[in-house]
Design a protein around this ligand. Structure first.
Ligand code: ATP
Length: 238
């Protein structure tokens, strides 16, 4: 069944002993949206994304993905999500095709559909020419494209991208940003960053987190007119 609300998190919380990494975050992602998750280092962005993708169990709260409760049916819920973690596992010894084939199998793409899925993901991410290259021999920018391709390999309605431009040079940043904007035509997106212009370039709505709590949740237009304290975000790259 098609749902307009693709992700609905309520009271999402993660504690580590006495320390609170994420405290009672409410978050909604609607179909067609690009939601920015903005905040300084240690704000709780990665922890939130790991919980939204079923890679970390919350200590409180609920997540529904495309109408399915993540805790009750993790396999069913995860089918609707593609995830690029902040530090994706790199498999330098595999070719792009080998790795994406592996990702397709992991995401439950039927064997008979895998060749077409690879073709489509590579085309979408500009990887067709490097299909047989070893991932270890690709630039960081191309490795990130491979990360994006594995996130869309099973055509999930949602992709969750954790700081996808960190460690890239300015040209690679521009390319990855523009690729994300293209992918957003087919997938709803949650994108995290600690850099304001990065979020302004592609997002329609933004949620600023600090010390695990939401401190601002508005449309991008509203964000531009607000005075945002500089300790929440970086206004440009260092
Ligand atoms: P960054 O941009 O640096 O990745 P972030 O906004 O993604 O920052 P998180 O990585 O989610 O922040 O971390 C939020 C808080 O939770 C930090 O204070 C961090 O030290 C703490 N934290 C994260 N993982 C653990 C863990 N496994 N054990 C203890 N504390 C943790």
């Amino acid at each position: 069944m098609e749902h307009d609300i693709l992700i609905e998190a309520r009271g999402l919380t993660r504690r580590y002993g006495p320390n609170v990494a994420v405290e009672s975050i409410d978050l909604t992602l609607r179909r067609g949206e690009i939601l920015g998750l903005l905040g300084p280092n240690g704000a709780g962005k990665s922890t939130t994304m790991k919980m939204l993708t079923g890679n970390l169990a919350p200590t409180g709260g609920t997540v529904k993905i495309n109408g399915i409760d993540l805790a009750a049916d993790p396999k069913g819920a995860k089918r609707s999500i593609g995830y690029l973690p902040e530090q994706p596992p790199v498999h330098p010894e595999l070719t792009v095709d080998e790795y994406l084939g592996f990702a397709a199998a992991l995401h439950g793409v039927a064997k008979k559909d895998r060749a077409a899925a690879l073709q489509r993901a590579k085309q979408a991410c500009g990887l067709t020419e490097v299909s047989r290259r070893l991932i270890g021999n690709l630039s960081k920018g191309y490795q990130q494209r491979v990360g994006l391709a594995q996130a869309i390999i099973h055509r999930p309605p949602v992709i969750i991208l954790d700081e996808p431009t960190v460690g890239l040079d300015p040209i690679q940043i521009r390319e990855i940003r523009s690729l994300i904007a293209t992918l957003a035509k087919e997938h709803s997106v949650i994108l995290s960053s600690h850099i304001l212009p990065e979020i302004q370039a592609v997002c329609s709505r933004v949620l600023i987190v600090n010390r695990g709590r939401v401190v601002f949740h508005e449309s991008l237009a509203k964000l531009a007119s607000e005075a945002i304290p500089s300790y929440y975000v970086q206004f440009s790259r260092p």
